[in-house]
Structures are given as structure tokens and as C-alpha cells.
Design a binder for this molecule. Sequence first.
Ligand SMILES: Cc1ncc(COP(=O)(O)O)c(C=O)c1O
Length: 392
Amino acid sequence: MKPELLVDFIRELYASTEFIPLHEPFFGDGENKYVNDCLASRFVSSVGKYVDLFEERICAYTGATSAVATVNGTAALHIALLLAGTGPGDLVITQPLTFVATCNAISYLGAQPVFVDIDQKTLGMSPDALQLWLEENVDVVVDKSATSSESQFKAVHKQTGKRVAACVPMHSFGHPCQIDKIISICDTYGIPVVEDSAESLGSYYKGQHTGTFGKLGILSFNGNKTITTGGGGMILTNDEHLGKLAKHITTTAKKPHPWDYEHDMVAYNYRMPNINAALGCGQMELLDGFLEDKRETASRYRDFFAKQNGHCFVDEPRDGKSNFWLNAVLASSPEDRDLLLKVTNGAGVMTRPAWILMNRLEMFKDSACGDLSNASHIASRLVNLPSSVRNT
Ligand SMILES: Cc1ncc(COP(=O)(O)O)c(C=O)c1O
């Protein structure tokens, strides 16, 4: 395929001769109304009705029983991992194809990531690779320090003696990974799953919303996501106790009282401000329309690439309903990918390669890894395409 054909196609798709970004936000009247109301109320920080309302709307939409709004998705991941029991010296299994925030959150807790390969179809963690790494590298031993409400056994890395404290699969670009298989494998090793669903609001696996399968899940509302609060995140869980703890820990562990300031542990100022939540409430009213529009955009890309030689559109995986957050294509070779990136960006149509794999970053290059052939193959060929909402 000549990359110029793709430039022409995207210009026609977005009916624009100007710079076309990868993903820009869209705002309607509701956001103006709610943000102005928030300003008028003077409650612009973490106290105010929109934070609660936004959390309620996310619960209703995703089916999670608890949703706790945070300043961003990275903070949500940090606390989700903390609540799943991750601590200093632990190992946390994740995938090498992800945004750096996944590994940063693991590191904030003094733990280290372990990388297992992705699945070629979902671009999320491969259950087979996970199973193989666990079989070859992990022993399950009785956990003498466990309380009666905790798992009575733990997974220990044979080589280092470190505990494998959690597993963090990611729903890449909004495409659901095989989360049921991942959870069932982790269950046999007593490893809790924290779903990084930062990119997958509006994506479902076998009819259930992503982020609600694991012990905890998280969402991001960064400006480049399907809906945005400027900056923001959400912790999801179906465990009421964990939901309450998440809210407490993200609000400096302040004990509820009309005037006293008493805190019962060292905690975090991670609560989403009301002004951001007001934006989120408005965006939630547009979400269904955004998803329909993005599905239509994906179908236009699918039809376009079906007529081209050598480039393969990354489509909705089996059993999954994708939000098509960021569309992607796999070029036939790394050289073709580079040419595609050069020509499109040179013509004012923003495209970008996959993130540099996490195991190749200086901070994580010594982490334990399984065989990462799929991730290497995909990362050298993948190009993300403009995916903003077009009509609303
Ligand atoms: C996979 C993944 N995890 C975590 C995050 C972190 O979210 P935030 O940018 O809101 O901190 C993002 C997005 O930015 C992401 O794409």
C-alpha cells in the first residue's frame, strides 16, 4: 500500500485539510452547564456533588458495585495494586506492550514487573504465555502469615524467592483481552488480578464490562481517552470493603467528621476534584454516541485496509466488544511501518508507533520475562491511526 493513499483516506474520513490529531476530546453543552454550576457552587476541589454523581454514573454504566474517582489513572492503579496486597520486594506480572504508567504504579509500591507475552489477536496478555511462565517459574506454598480472610497460599518465584503479588493484564487500545482465562489461571496460584482498563471504557468481554472481572480494575479519563475529565481515573471493584478502603486511602484517610481533622493512616491525596468530575458527568451523557461513532470509524478503516495489500487492520477480538478507542494497523514489515509513520505525520495526519516495549526501557530492562516474540513482532509493525469522534 502506498502511504499517500492512507493520508487521502483519513483526510476524507475526517473531512479536513488541516492537522488531524490522533485523538482529541469532544465536548457538548452538558459539560459547560455542569462545570459552570460547579464554579458557582465554589466547590471545585474534592468535595462536591459531581464526584459522587460521576462515581454513580460509572457504577451504573460498568456494573461495578464500587467506583472511586481519582486524580488520574496512574494513581488509581497505584491504589488498586496496594489494595490487592502488593508491597516492597514483590513481583507483579504484566505485559510488555503497555503505557509506562502500568509499570510505574508497580514500582511506586517497591515491587518489580515481570513481563509475559501478548496474544497476537487481542494484543492483551496471552493466557498461554502466563500459564507457561507460572508453570516454569513459580511454586505455590502455604502462606503462614495469611489472615483467615486472605488466600491461604501464595505464589513464590523459584529463582528469587519473591512473592508474585498480582497480575495486571491490559485491554490494549480498548480491545478486550481473554480476561476470564487469565483470572482462572491466576486463581490456581492465589494471585489477584488488577485489570488495567485505562483504555477500555465501553468495552465488554462476553457481555461484561472490562475492569469488573478482577479483584480491582481501573479507568483513565486523560484528555486522549474515549471520555475525558481533563485528568482523572477511577478504581472499580465489586468488593464493598475494598471500595470503602479505596475511597478512604485516596482521601488522606480522613475520618468523617464535620470539623475535626483526624487521619488514621498515612494515605494519599488522590481524590478527583469536583470540577473534573463535573466534566465527566457531561461526558458520560455523550458516551453512547461516541461509541457508535467510533465503531463506524473502525468499520471505515476495516473496509479501507481490506482493499490494500500487506496491511492488516487490528480488529475486534473474538468474544469481545471493543470501544475502538485507538484504531491500529499492522504494517507488513518494520520498514513499511516507518514509511507509513513518516509519510502520514509529514502530511499533517498524526499516527504513532506502539509504545517502546516496557522490557526495553532502562528502568525495567533487568525484569524477569517470558518469551516475548509476539510483543516484539507487533511493536515493530503497529501504527495507531486517528480515532477521534467525528460526528456527534
Ligand atoms: C494502559 C494505561 N494504563 C494507565 C494509564 C494511566 O492513566 P493516566 O494517564 O490517567 O494516569 C494509561 C493512560 O494514560 C494507559 O493507557
